[in-house]
Write a protein that binds this ligand. Structure first.
Ligand code: G4P
Length: 529
């Protein structure tokens, strides 16, 4: 197969949802279709369970398991599909945001009864900002849920999307009869009371035909005709171009658990979803078809064995072919590295690969060379963009609890931050260190790992911070900026990259600061240029 064909057959995507909407179940059904797993239940280990919120050891254990399932690759028809796992647990939201920098498209799963939930809103917002193509899958149609049109409205309003239904349910819950596939003009009907399999998939180009009444009953047939008419009037026709630009989102209905509507979703997905896309670097736009290898680290996973501090860095290949034992330039460190055992991921196993193509993810063993966002090239100086830090939600001072081990503590903190476990800020006026996290759980994880992996002990002290705001300044010499620095000095810090951050204690403070110092711009992510 030629290099271009290899690129064109790849689909790298993530599934995002609020916990419990059915992401794991859908992933599993997709893998079953790809023949990558033989039985249901195989992906479940991957899931960080709700019940474990107070049990961080359990979460770490599950994170360990999820190394293998971070990328689930399988072949379907002539396509190579890479699903990047995105943790649903909100304490790992930052992990998910970063993983979204490595996908070319996403599928958003929504529970038909619960509608749009908070975690979905946050994640979709990130995708929308980056114009990532999205397909919406409304799940659990076998249960009583919201009216389909109301849900489409909700998706448009709460998620700010422009949708076009590609399939439409016939009935719901107890009365759920099946789905009309608008995309392929087919009628898929459930069989039996249990609604666990499709009895018939009938081509139905003309829904006015009396055959429809025979298939689903007169009442349901008439309702469907009216609904399809309404869809035709209200929603735009599907346009792949608009979908690829992130301006139109096709919607599918189904039930992942009952394997209903999943195949339709997958068939449409491989047709319309984008192959590996060009990616922006600080220097230039890099096209996937370029021959020289480029890639970037979007995730680092610590080894679960505390005796070995090696980690796995996950690299998304942006262009060219990544080859085993070839030297690549680690741009930030300015040195050449060779990798003798790059891993590729297939369903639940990982194996050493000779070559990887754009869109693929390779796992590289790392002893501390990498941090998130690092770029690898064949010699060109390139720095891929788009892996910003977001404002954490919790902030605490970190104190050294064992003065003999301060070196170990700083090394440990440094490496854990490179892994993206949390963010470290250093206060300007007294040099104290502040750890910011998305979830309170990470503090326990950090404390535990510092002790077990680095032999260092720490304690925390609360700090009243509402948000970290990255500061953009028009003119560093202006009196306004000097005044800002003087007045706010106790709340100013540097992040790990040395960027200036204002730790605001309330929304009110942010508003007051913005109106008092209009030339000092405050951003909630570290990448704003
Ligand atoms: P998540 O990864 O998004 O968190 O969700 P997951 O797939 O684990 O699904 C959450 C729950 O919803 C599971 O039930 C799952 O069986 C159920 N579910 C998924 N898809 C459907 C569907 O189409 N219809 C119905 N009725 N239920 C669905 P659970 O009881 O929490 O877990 P389990 O005991 O079944 O594993």
């Amino acid at each position: 197969m030629s290099f271009l064909e290899e690129i064109q057959r790849r689909r790298t995507f993530g599934i995002i949802s609020h916990p419990d909407a059915g992401k794991t179940t859908l992933t599993e059904k997709l893998l079953l279709f790809g023949g990558a797993i033989q039985e249901a239940g195989a992906v479940k280990n991957n899931k960080i369970k709700k019940t474990a919120t107070s049990d961080f050891m359990e979460i770490e254990r599950q994170r360990g398991i999820s190394v293998a399932t971070s990328v689930l690759a399988f072949n379907y028809k002539d396509k190579k599909i890479n699903i990047l796992d995105t943790p649903g647990h909100k304490d790992f939201a930052e992990d998910t945001f970063r993983t979204l920098t490595a996908v070319d498209s996403v599928i958003v799963v929504i529970d038909v009864a619960k509608g749009v939930e908070p975690q979905t809103e946050k994640l979709v917002e990130v995708c929308r900002m980056r114009n990532i193509p999205m397909i919406v899958f409304i799940n659990k149609l076998d249960r009583e849920g919201k009216d389909a049109f109301d849900l489409l409205d909700e998706v448009e309003q709460k998620l700010g999307l422009h949708v076009t239904p590609m399939s439409f349910p016939i009935g719901m819950g107890y009365d759920f009869k099946g789905i009309y596939n608008i995309w392929e003009q087919k009628l898929n009907l459930f069989s039996g009371d249990k609604k666990t399999s499709i009895s018939e998939s009938i081509e139905f180009k003309d829904v006015s035909s009396p055959e429809l009444d025979k298939a689903v009953g007169e009442k349901a047939a008439n309702t469907l005709r009216e609904e399809l008419e309404l869809i035709d009037e209200v929603y735009p026709a599907f346009s792949r171009e608009d979908y690829l630009k992130g301006q139109l989102q096709p919607v599918f209905f189904g039930s992942a658990l009952n394997n209903f509507g999943v195949k339709e979703l997958l068939e449409a997905f491989i047709e319309i979803a984008p192959s590996p896309q060009p990616k922006n670097s600080q220097e230039r736009l890099v096209d996937s078809k370029e021959e020289n290898m480029t890639g970037f680290v979007f995730k680092i996973h610590a080894n679960m064995d505390p005796k070995h501090r090696d980690r796995i860095a996950f690299v998304k290949i942006v262009s060219g072919v990544f080859k085993r034992n070839s030297p690549y330039l680690h741009v930030r460190q300015g040195k050449n590295l060779k990798f003798s055992s790059p891993n590729a991921f297939f369903a639940e196993k990982k194996e050493i690969v000779e070559e990887s193509f754009p869109g693929d993810i390779v796992g590289l063993h790392d002893t501390g060379n990498f941090k998130i966002g690092d770029t690898l090239t064949e010699g060109e100086i390139l720095n891929f963009k788009g892996i910003p830090n977001f404002s954490p939600e919790h902030f605490r001072y970190v104190n050294n609890a064992d003065p003999m081990k301060s070196k170990q503590l700083f090394k440990g903190l440094d490496q854990l931050m490179d892994e993206g476990v949390a963010q470290l800020f250093t206060l300007d006026f007294n040099g104290r260190k502040v750890i910011g996290t998305v979830g309170a759980l990470q503090y326990e994880v950090i404390q535990y790992r510092l002790e077990h992996e680095y032999g260092a002990k720490c304690t925390y002290e609360n700090l009243q911070v509402h948000k970290a705001c990255w500061v953009e300044i028009e003119n560093t010499k202006s009196d306004e900026f000097k005044d800002f620095l003087r007045v706010k000095q106790r709340y100013l810090a540097k992040d790990k990259q040395g960027q200036l951050v204002f730790l605001a204690d309330s929304e009110f403070t942010i508003q007051m600061t913005q109106s008092k110092y209009p030339s000092v711009k405050l951003h909630f992510t570290s990448e704003f240029k």
